[in-house]
Design a protein around this ligand. Structure first.
Ligand code: RP5
Length: 181
């Protein structure tokens, strides 16, 4: 019923850490079934101290909520939107059609077709309405890309991204050393 659906969204919104009153990145997804994939993006945003919000916005089940979200996103101060969806994954493209903000699409792998359906639905946008599409189920990269975009005009994020890359490289080198010895 509608009441329990609304409560599920409220739980989702209040149970994930890193939520902010002045979010810079909006993380949206078509269904709560996308959350296990999309929570990785929230984790990265929290790790980089980027204020973000997370919620369910479905292109098909809540089309009015989707258009309100997209139209008001920029006015509310969001700088980028990460949109995850599976199957007939219209959410990222439809949101991109209704906002000038950068939209990063995460193709979520469903129970059939290995997520290729989601990937194709998101990546094959018509000229004029871009969606930056990351790999299937890779919401980590969506968050990292959002932070890189914000980093172009927020030096703190730019520096944190530099540190992240150095640390990542060091970690791989340590693993390589272990294998070699
Ligand atoms: C899409 O349909 C969602 O993004 C989800 O990946 C997929 C299936 O949704 P559920 O039926 O699990 O709610 O809109």
């Amino acid at each position: 019923d509608e009441g329990s659906g609304a409560r599920a969204v409220e739980d989702l919104e209040s149970n994930i850490s890193g939520l902010s009153k002045r979010p810079e990145v909006g993380v949206i997804m078509g269904s709560d079934s996308d959350l296990p994939v999309m929570s990785a993006a929230c984790k990265i945003l929290a790790q980089f101290n980027v204020p973000y919000e997370v919620t369910i916005v479905s292109a098909h089940r809540t089309p009015h909520r989707m258009s309100k979200y997209a139209v008001e996103a920029s006015k509310r101060g969001l700088k980028a939107i990460i949109a995850g969806a599976g199957g007939a994954a219209h959410l990222p493209g439809m949101v991109a059609a209704m906002t000038p903000l950068p939209v990063i699409g995460v193709p979520v792998k469903g129970s059939t077709l290995d997520g290729v359906d989601s990937l194709h639905s998101i990546v094959q946008m018509p000229r004029g309405i871009p969606v930056a599409t990351v790999a299937i189920n890779n919401s980590t990269n969506a968050a990292l890309l959002a932070i890189r975009i914000l980093g172009a005009f927020t030096p703190a994020y730019h520096e944190k991204m530099q540190e992240f890359l150095v640390k990542q490289e060091e970690e791989v080198l340590i693993k390589a050393e272990k294998i070699e010895t």
